[in-house]
Design a protein around this ligand. Structure first.
Ligand SMILES: [Zn+2]
Length: 97
């Protein structure tokens, strides 16, 4: 899918429609590699080899064919960035100049 790099969108800061530059947000590295979330702790306990491995026993394999893109719209007038919606699922995204 191709989308134009500059789009006219509403800016809540300027309270009017202005030119916005579309930028794709990169996911970046995990903030905490030794995450201590509940799911993370459970899955580590199951990997020890004792008892039932619960839902970790049926690993879902394979990648989904599409990913949700994370876009930011930067107002060219005030420089504020907006996140609009939750993005959409697309196989490949090209931002056209
Ligand atoms: Zn603005």
């Amino acid at each position: 899918m191709k989308i134009p790099e500059t789009q006219r969108r509403y800016c809540p800061n300027c309270d009017k429609h202005t030119e916005h530059r579309v930028k794709r947000e990169s996911q970046g590295p995990r903030l905490n590699p030794s995450a201590h979330s509940k799911g993370e702790r459970r899955s580590r306990r199951r990997e020890r080899g004792y008892g039932n491995s619960g839902k970790s026993s049926k690993q879902v394999s394979g990648e989904k064919p599409t990913r949700r893109v994370d876009l930011r719209y930067e107002c060219q007038a005030c420089g504020k960035k907006q996140t609009i919606g939750r993005g959409f699922r697309v196989k490949r995204l090209e931002i056209e100049r």
